[in-house]
Design a binder for this molecule. Structure first.
Ligand code: ZN
Length: 615
């Protein structure tokens, strides 16, 4: 079990088989899995979402090969109202064609769509794309699949970590990122896509991107190159337990991945893909992934995989809660009204930067709208180190400020822009090292600021600025100085905002409410709405009048939406659970800076979703 928890990603079928004994013999007796008595009729579908199930080679053998087992498995999974099943075949043995055909024909007769799936990995893990044996194995597998299926999905093992002599020689003086992304694209064109289409010219080959975007190009994934190359795109969520699983991906990143990589694929975006791998005991984190897929309006949601949702896998304990939530997912999908809105965040394809910063920003209630090209026009936009993939960045940022717009930068990006004009926006007199304190000073309006004591200390990279110009919207207070957390300064015709992220990125969610409210205020004009309250609650605005809130805290969260007051007042309603709302007209700021705002307040239970609408 220790081996498994230290494994960064789930293992390919061949390696899992070897570990199966450890997995299953080590599990305690499973609680009985109770399913609804009102199981849906065969062929039943959801009205607003489309669901699919992935079956690994092991799953196919264990659950689908024998007709009686197949009948039982389909009855077990009936509450998911599946539209499609993906069947992996890891053998690449032409003798397997007949058995796969028999299963596919039966599933189709039951009204299901059926696709093939390949996991491009071997007994030794990821492939070497310079090894003819590995390439022959990959070809062999897709040739078998293409005889049976008109669609093949490629699991996210289409990467390489190989450092053999051939790979080193091939790389030469280039970077691993440039070399491997070119190598995998070239070799998969020949041994995957062309091989499949030779056997079956109708076949569509779908690439599934892993959620570890920060290592994509280094290991051979390249969205800019591969999305045009493949017939379709599936995007991984797989955020699992965000704070303890070894990838540490904030749940909201699952939403961003769909909007970023899926959104960029346009009509090629086929699905979101999520799993409950090793997630026993974490039902809420599991269904939180499904909510991200639904809120991103993924065309299809793939559940990976039958084997981990079905006994005797310990993580099958997640299944009853998933089943219970399915009608709610469908209901929310049907309610979403109007285009998703958010703050433009510049994420060029293939970029890397502060790890999952967009996920953490989303989890303090800043809705993210990823843009792969430079956001020149919106009034406010967020820039992180990811923007450095854009070679014209410094000039484009300056042009934004000259045009009277705002740039909201991370401190780490500003440090990299030191040599540019914007690098002179702040008078930094001390930096380097970290500072820690539990006291913050938050500017409320012009001269007035408020001191806020947090119940614990927070650590930040040290930014010390001169007294004038006064730029510290939020400062961390120590005996020897006020240190920058959120810095705001007019520059040229526009505005430069700089956010210093805490040492522990997750601490962003735990900052005092008034600190978070000050960060959220930076985008009020752009969005026309802001969240007030603790971190860990995400906001998803749709159209002009709909606001979805999702509490990802283990405790209740008292939150409010703030909007500019309008006359006549709107009528507000919560549609998901008909929750009661407290609506008030409030005054924000004092004296000449005072303005009237409408506040719509409610308390969200742990992992509760609310749909607030103005009528
Ligand atoms: Zn190699």
């Amino acid at each position: 079990m220790i081996t498994l928890s230290l494994t960064r990603f789930r293992l390919p079928a061949a390696m899992r088989q070897r570990l199966a004994i450890v997995l299953f013999s080590g599990s305690a007796a499973l609680a009985p899995i109770l399913l609804r008595a009102d199981a849906p009729a065969q062929g039943a579908r959801w009205a607003h979402i489309t669901t699919a199930l992935f079956c690994t080679s092991d799953d196919v053998d264990r659950l689908l090969t024998n007709p009686a087992d197949r009948q039982a498995a389909l009855a077990y999974f009936a509450p998911l109202r599946l539209a499609k099943i993906y069947l992996e075949d890891a053998r690449g043995d032409p003798a397997a064609v007949a058995a796969l055909r028999e299963i596919a024909t039966d599933l189709k007769a039951r009204g299901l769509e059926v696709s093939g799936a390949v996991v491009p990995a071997g007994e030794h893990g990821p492939l070497c794309y310079n090894d003819p044996k590995d390439m022959a194995m990959l070809e062999g597998r897709v040739r078998v699949l293409a005889q049976v299926f008109d669609e093949i999905i490629v699991d996210d093992w289409l990467f390489t970590t190989c450092t053999c002599a051939k790979c080193l020689a091939g790389r030469g003086s280039d970077s691993w990122a440039n070399y491997r992304s070119r190598l995998v694209a070239e070799q998969s064109k020949q041994h995957l896509i062309a091989a499949a289409k030779q056997v079956n010219p109708r076949v569509q080959v779908i690439i599934k991107y892993p959620n570890w975007y920060e290592g994509h190009r280094q290991n051979g994934y390249d969205v800019a190159r591969q999305t045009p190359q493949f017939d379709g795109v599936s995007v991984g969520i797989e955020t699992r337990q965000p704070t303890t699983q070894d990838q540490h991906i904030p749940t909201y990143s699952g939403y961003v991945f769909q909007k970023w990589i899926g959104g960029n694929a346009g009509p090629k975006w086929r699905s979101a893909w999520l799993d409950n791998y090793d997630m026993q005991g974490a039902d809420n984190d599991y269904v939180a992934q499904v909510w991200q897929a639904v809120l991103a309006r993924a065309p299809e949601i793939i559940f990976w995989c039958a084997g981990v949702l079905h006994p005797p896998a310990p993580s099958a304990s997640n299944y009853p809660h998933l089943v219970e939530m399915m009608p709610d997912f469908d209901r929310l999908a049907g309610m979403l009204d109007g285009p998703a809105r958010g703050i433009p965040i510049h994420l060029p394809l293939g970029s890397t930067g502060e790890f999952n910063v967009f996920g953490y920003l989303g989890m303090i209630g800043l809705p993210m709208a990823p843009q792969t090209t430079f956001p020149a026009d919106p009034k406010a936009a967020i820039f992180t180190q990811h923007s450095l993939r854009d070679p014209k960045l410094a000039a484009e940022l300056l042009a934004r400020v000259r045009a009277g717009r705002e740039v909201f930068l991370t401190w780490t990006l500003l440090q990299k822009l030191r040599e540019s004009e914007l690098g002179r926006a702040l008078n930094v007199i001390g930096e380097g090292g970290t500072v820690a304190s539990s006291t913050f000073r938050v500017r409320e309006h012009f001269w007035h600021s408020q001191s806020v004591d947090a119940p614990r200390s927070f650590g930040f990279p040290r930014i010390e600025t001169s007294t004038w110009p006064y730029v510290r919207e939020v400062a961390l207070v120590r005996e020897d100085g006020d240190f920058g957390v959120l810095l705001k300064t007019p520059y040229l015709e526009g505005q430069v905002d700089v956010l210093n992220l805490p040492d522990n990125s997750y601490d962003l969610l735990r900052l005092p409410e008034s600190v978070l409210n000050a960060i959220r205020r930076c985008f009020f004009e752009e969005l026309g709405v802001r969240l007030v309250g603790p971190g860990g609650v995400a906001l998803y605005p749709f159209g002009g009048r709909q606001y979805v809130l999702y509490n990802m805290n283990n405790g209740p969260a008292k939150v409010a939406l703030r909007l500019p007051a309008v006359t006549p007042a709107r009528v507000w309603k919560e549609r998901m659970h008909d929750k009661s709302l407290t609506v008030a007209d409030v005054e924000e700021g004092k004296g000449p800076w005072a303005r009237r705002e409408t506040e719509v307040a409610l308390t969200l239970l742990p992992f509760e979703i609310a749909v607030i609408e103005a009528r």
